[in-house]
Ligand binder design. Structure first.
Ligand code: NAD
Length: 503
């Protein structure tokens, strides 16, 4: 099938963009090289996408540098207006974006429609509104002086986005950076570049000046590395694996660029004996199985009080088994494929890891057969670990794979929750107010959800500590990340101490 037939079969009305977006135009890579992006439902080829190299990164940086003076000095309200227009265009093209995202990533279409696309629009709208509300301060210093701060954009920023939520994560990165007046060189993941190229098209339609946003699909080790190393890029924001995060920190050292990292996680989802059991069961399923478990904040460790563990699993296991796997474009599908075959195999390898350390597979643990055998599918998988030190209780699996652990008292629950090198997201289910707040305080976690899980909002800071990285996306914190403070002193009517005064 050619590209037009593929688009038609997926219900798309507009052509699939497959070139780099540099200086407001879609162009081929300098080398002419392309890379395929596949449909994870059956591993068929969707499109050959231009593959950026270091020469394209250089062109994008030049375009961003040229656009920076005007964009950064434009009235903040006018920058915001373009982002607000973009949010409207995303809503106007919601079905198109949802289908494209599902085709390229495997997200069930109901999730793309209900979550990815609306959350993306809301993020651009929130930061569009933020553009003219984020401001400096006046500091009460010594008499006779006026001291105030300016919040200046960092400059040309590099952004490297992963494949698990390409549309949404692109908005989390681009919206605050643009609201603050920065220009962008963004690299989507090589296996999921399509939705960010569609956003580039909508950006142009919203009136984004040429060169402000440049989108460069390409390999991490080539284009990503070139962005991380580039000495005229002032900041890099990255979401992805801890191993790549470490490489980015090393590559950034040349020009000491500012670094922001959203890395892995191993979320503890703790269910106490007094919890509303049904709410906790449903919440735990959402926490791990949404997006096939490919989320850094997934509730991938289910930590159950031993008194209710059996009752919990009696409900949780049948729920997991009843989840409908299928073609992401089918509206009845509840869980789609993982995003690549390589990743599916990595997730399945953890079943053997579990068994080798005495883990017990309670449900799933394999790829489905039949119609879905050619895709990147994994059954919802529940594994009881032999202890919190097991690899499946420590390492990020990043799939529909939940590790069950049990505890006997609050102290042990907290010890288990804080036992990994990560510190991103975690949740707890209890009706005990004091316990809830104590755990929220004591959990080593950038985000804590009480009687809910995996809530995100553009106003609420998102990020972690330890091997989960540093910096925060969303809210006022994101604006701080994308600006630098300048302190300005004015002598209004002060008598300056004449230390070195001469007559
Ligand atoms: P990755 O970190 O290698 O890829 C994420 C992004 O980084 C992609 O855009 C990739 O092209 C880019 N990249 C890769 N090497 C780079 C380099 N040297 N310099 C700059 N950019 C580079 O992730 P992966 O290998 O695709 O997935 C492996 C594991 O990472 C997953 O199984 C999961 O545990 C974790 N992961 C976490 C997240 C998250 O949201 N925190 C997202 C994706 C993957």
């Amino acid at each position: 099938m050619d590209l037009a037939d593929i688009a038609q079969a997926a219900g798309l009305r507009t052509p699939i963009r497959h070139q780099l977006f540099i200086n407001g135009r879609f162009v081929d890579a300098q080398s002419g090289e392309t890379m395929p992006t596949l449909n994870p439902h059956d591993n068929s080829r969707i499109a050959d996408v231009a593959m950026a190299g270091a020469a394209d990164v250089e062109l994008a940086v030049q375009a961003a540098e040229a656009a920076l003076p005007k964009w950064s000095r434009m009235a903040a309200m006018d920058r915001g207006r373009i982002l607000l227009k973009l949010a409207d265009l995303i809503e106007g093209n919601a079905e198109e974006l949802a289908r494209l995202e599902s085709l390229d990533t495997g997200h069930p279409i109901r999730d793309s429609r209900m979550l990815d696309v609306p959350r993306t629009a809301v993020t651009y709208r929130y930061f569009g509104g933020m553009a003219d509300k984020f401001q400096g301060e006046q500091i009460p210093v010594e008499v006779g002086f006026l001291n105030y701060t300016l919040r200046e954009p960092v400059g040309v920023v590099g952004q490297v986005v992963p494949w698990n939520f390409p549309l949404m994560f692109t908005s989390w990165k681009m919206a605050p950076a643009l609201a603050a007046g920065n220009c962008i060189v963004l690299k989507p993941a090589e296996i999921t570049p399509l939705s960010s190229l569609k956003i580039a098209e909508l950006m142009a339609e919203a009136g984004m000046p040429e060169g402000v946003v440049n989108i460069l699909p390409g390999l991490g080790t080539v284009a990503g590395q070139a962005i991380a190393e580039h000495d005229r890029i002032s900041k890099i924001a990255f979401t992805g694996s801890t191993a790549t995060g470490r490489r980015i920190v090393q590559a950034s050292a040349g020009n000491l660029k500012k670094v922001q990292l959203e890395l892995g996680g191993k979320g503890a989802n703790i269910v106490f004996e007094d919890a509303n059991l049904l709410a906790a069961v449903n919440g735990a399923a959402w926490a791990i199985f949404h997006n096939q478990g490919q989320a850094c904040i997934a509730g991938s460790r289910l930590v159950l009080h031993e008194k209710i563990a059996d009752a919990f699993l009696e409900k949780f296991i049948p729920l997991a088994r009843s989840i409908r796997l299928g073609n992401p474009l089918d509206p009845h599908t509840e869980m789609g494929p993982l995003t690549s075959l390589q990743h599916r195999d990595r997730v399945l390898s953890y079943v053997e890891v579990a068994r080798s350390q005495g883990g017990e597979v309670l449900s799933g643990g394999k790829a489905p057969t039949g119609d879905l055998a050619n895709g990147c599918y994994v059954e919802p998988t529940i594994v009881r670990a032999s202890g919190w030190r097991d690899r499946i209780a420590q390492e990020e699996v990043f799939g529909p794979f939940v590790t069950v652990l049990t505890f006997k008292d609050d102290q042990e629950a907290l010890q288990i929750a804080n036992s990994t090198e990560y510190g991103l997201g975690g949740g707890l289910w209890t009706n005990n107010l004091q316990r809830a707040h104590k755990f929220a305080r004591d959990m080593k976690s950038g985000m804590v959800w009480i009687n809910c899980y995996k809530r995100v909002n553009p106003g609420s800071p998102f990020g972690g500590s330890g091997m989960s990285g540093y910096g925060r996306e969303m809210g006022f914190d994101a604006m701080r990340e994308y600006t630098q403070v300048k302190s300005i002193w004015v002598n209004v009517d002060a008598q300056i101490a004449p230390h070195y005064a001469r007559p």
